[in-house]
Design a protein around this ligand. Structure first.
Ligand code: FES
Ligand SMILES: [Fe+2]
Length: 470
């Protein structure tokens, strides 16, 4: 028995989380094959899940496939510009309409194409239009009139868009996407993520559960232990907060001198005597070692000028204000207009969002560093990991990118992400230890991790976090 199961089972509520009540939960979500199998029934068919950026399907006839667990879905842009999504299966005898091999390291990320007007099944030739209606069956008379359109059409999947991403849900009863996104969506809308485009996108298969994978990027409590080199430039004390299904983290401070509304997210002063210098060093170090993501060239350059443009003794708050104003002006001059994020939204918008179940977004006005992790086959010890950088580019200057398979090395991902990857397989191993008493996430700094398990339990009917007080 997992030791955490012996605790008195008092399921943790959202209110408990707001009070930062310490919690624990069983390890089966990470290591149990049975749990992973149950996700196929209880989780993946019930949630709204992100498929891909809308910009990957710019033209009518563009299509792509999205696979999760045993499901495969085809998303198609129709002539009128709208999106349709279908289960990738022929209603006759079940052949995949579009043959999609499993995700193969270095080979198959997804199957895509263009100029599609409909589907012809390769097995017996049944044919479907872009709305999924059946348009051809060989010898229909043999069914004695029983082939009603609702029996022979494709199975539709609900599709919607938010923030420039395509989302699907296989659940006809699911709440609308806007409601699913809730307050998290409203806050992030101010950042106009839909105007951003891929800067780079990479994927790999890693030796850990998809939950171990996504959790690695849900909190900054690990910075001091994992990315020790970053401590020379800034503190990484953070707070985190549940927003129902989703959750957010923000930089917090143990030092009042650094407390300012502008520093809630990725824009903050570095530590050091001269804030003009330390702010630049912090931003440059982060940008260069997080694979040129989580900031922009414009922001780094503008920070580099602080020492020339501000007098000695400028406070951290003055440095941040000047830096942001000059980066914004630099961007405007090259045709990148920042969204106006209202001052009252800024602190609430935080540093990074965890969107249930498996999407992470670390955002700024002109960039986002994002992650998505899915199960890999039926193996609880492996996952399909994707990370990508978005940026707001001048119109017409967006780079052409595609998914690149990248082994988890420093050369491929930069030192910081490589350090994160180095933990993942060993967390997965440690979770199986009979001496492990169950996770004890930091209730202030790692609440996003607890909230993931609270919401997983709502869908799975097991594994709810319980109080770990006393
Ligand atoms: S399985 Fe598709 S036409 Fe027979
Ligand atoms: Fe990290």
């Amino acid at each position: 028995m997992n030791p955490s199961e012996s605790l008195e089972s008092v399921p943790l509520t959202a209110e408990d989380m707001d009070r930062e009540v310490p919690a624990t939960y069983p390890t089966e979500a990470f290591i149990s094959r049975d749990y992973l199998e149950a996700e196929k029934r209880l989780l993946w068919p019930k949630v709204w899940q992100m498929v891909e950026r809308e910009s990957d399907l710019p033209d009518p006839g563009d299509w792509l496939t999205y696979n999760v667990a045993d499901e495969s879905i085809v998303v198609l842009r129709k002539e009128d510009g709208s999106l349709r999504a279908f289960h990738n299966v022929c209603p006759h005898r079940g052949r995949q309409l579009v043959a999609v091999p499993d995700h193969l390291p270095g080979k198959v990320h997804s199957v895509r194409g263009s100029r599609r007007k409909g589907f012809v099944c390769a097995f017996h030739g049944w044919t479907f239009d872009a709305d999924g209606a059946n348009t051809y069956i060989l010898d229909p008379q043999d069914w004695h009139g029983s082939l009603k359109p609702e029996r022979t059409c494709l199975s539709e999947v609900r599709v919607d868009t938010w923030g420039g991403w395509i989302y699907v849900t296989m659940d006809p009863e699911a709440v609308p996407l806007k409601e699913w996104m809730g307050r998290a969506g409203e806050i992030l809308d101010h950042f106009e993520l839909d105007r951003m485009r891929y800067k780079w996108r990479q994927w790999a298969i890693y030796d850990c559960s998809w939950k171990t994978g996504i959790e690695t990027f849900l909190e900054t409590y690990h910075v001091a232990g994992t990315h020790t080199q970053l401590l020379a430039f800034g503190d990484y004390y953070s707070l985190s907060k549940q927003y129902g299904l989703h959750s957010v983290s923000s930089y917090d401070t143990r030092d009042e001198k650094f407390r300012m509304s502008e520093s809630a997210g990725t824009t903050r002063a570095g530590k050091g005597e001269d804030a003009r210098v330390s702010t630049y060093e912090l931003i440059r170090e982060n940008y260069e070692t997080i694979n040129y993501a989580a900031s922009t060239e414009t922001l780094v350059r503008a920070a580099g000028r602080l020492v020339d443009e501000l007098p000695e003794g400028a406070t951290p708050a003055e440095c941040i204000a000047h830096w942001i104003a000059s980066a914004k002006a630099d961007d405007a001059a090259r045709g990148v207009v920042w969204p106006e994020v209202p001052p009252e939204i800024k602190p609430e918008s935080g540093l990074a969002w965890g969107l249930f179940p498996n999407q992470n977004i670390l955002h700024g006005e002109t960039f986002a560093l994002c992650y998505r992790v899915r199960p890999y086959g039926d193996d609880p010890d492996r996952c399909l990991f994707e990370a990508y950088a978005l940026e707001r580019f001048p119109e017409g200057e967006e780079p052409a990118t595609e998914w690149v398979y990248a082994e988890p090395t420093q050369e491929n991902w930069g030192p910081v992400l490589a350090q994160d990857f180095a933990n993942m397989a060993f967390v997965q191993k440690g979770l199986k230890s009979s001496g492990f008493r169950g996770p004890l996430p930091n209730p202030h700094q790692e609440q996003k991790v607890i909230n993931l398990h609270r919401n997983l339990a709502r869908f799975m009917g097991r594994g709810a976090p319980v109080k770990a007080e006393g």
